[in-house]
Design a protein around this ligand. Structure first.
Ligand SMILES: Nc1ncnc2c1ncn2[C@@H]1O[C@H](COP(=O)(O)OP(=O)(O)O)[C@@H](O)[C@H]1O
Ligand SMILES: [Mg+2]
Length: 236
């Protein structure tokens, strides 16, 4: 399945008065990993929440596979093939790995057992702990589970908010490897990261957001090599 996500001119925020996003563009298509980086508070998480339907944009348009999904409910957007993994509270800690996967697949319960098995095959570390409570997993395993839950609906577009936050370098690398693997299968992946150097290394394209606006956009390797980007955003 070919998928594409196009967000254009997104204006969104939390209150009536102030806008956090002041007209942001973001797009990603099948086979592409696009990262969104930028300073704390730039609006990266707000952008993902708006695309996923948790916030209604005041202006702008979100299209999924060419279909206007702006302002639709999160569950309807999920049903159309867009999966969103928030940064926190993305698994149910007291439930088992398997139960979490069951919940991940809630929008379509057909063949759920087989789909759980398929998902577990892709994440061997989770397969061996399928009966363990999610709270007993390591940080890296928990992020893998959050991603696995999202994949239960076989989405065309996967949006991840800081999947490597709080992980050890080794766990972060394993997670980035898993993301690259998933990307190879043709999913469109959008990933917000603090770990900008790593994110640029696994991405095809990148968006730099600053204060609710697009600052730089382009080829990830080119941006990673750009002296201004390195000085201002990568601290190297
Ligand atoms: N739930 C919320 N209610 C009100 N303001 C929020 C909320 N979440 C984030 N903000 C504000 O929106 C701005 C952008 O936040 P966020 O999108 O989380 O930034 P980033 O993910 O780039 O660090 C910040 O000023 C933040 O304080
Ligand atoms: Mg954030």
């Amino acid at each position: 399945m070919m998928s594409s996500l196009d967000a254009t001119g997104i204006v969104a925020g939390y209150g009536a008065a102030d806008e956090i996003l002041k007209g942001v563009d973001f797009n990603v298509r099948s086979g592409e990993i696009c990262c969104i980086i930028g300073p704390n508070g730039a609006g990266k998480s707000t952008l993902l929440k708006t695309i996923a339907g948790l916030l209604k944009p005041k202006a702008g348009k979100v299209s999924l596979d060419g279909l206007d999904i702006t302002g639709q409910l999160p569950r309807d957007i999920a049903r159309r093939g867009l999966a969103y993994v928030p940064q926190e509270h993305n698994v149910f800690p007291t439930l088992s790995v398997r139960e979490n996967l069951e919940i991940g697949g809630y929008v379509d319960t057909e063949n759920i057992g087989a789909r759980i098995d398929q998902t577990l095959q892709r994440f061997p570390v989770l397969a061996s702990k399928r009966r363990h409570a999610a709270r007993a997993l390591s940080g890296g395993e928990r992020q893998m589970l959050a991603m696995a839950m999202a994949l239960m609906v076989k989405p065309g577009v996967l949006l991840l908010d800081e999947p490597s936050a709080g992980l050890s370098p080794v766990a972060a690398e394993a997670l980035f490897d898993a993301i690259v693997e998933i990307g190879r299968e043709g999913m469109a992946i959008g990933i917000v990261e603090q770990n900008a150097i790593e994110a640029l290394a696994i991405s095809h394209r990148a968006y730099i957001l600053v204060d609710g606006r697009n600052s730089r956009t382009g080829d990830a390797k080119a941006l990673a090599a750009d002296p201004d980007v390195r000085r201002l955003f990568l601290g190297v």
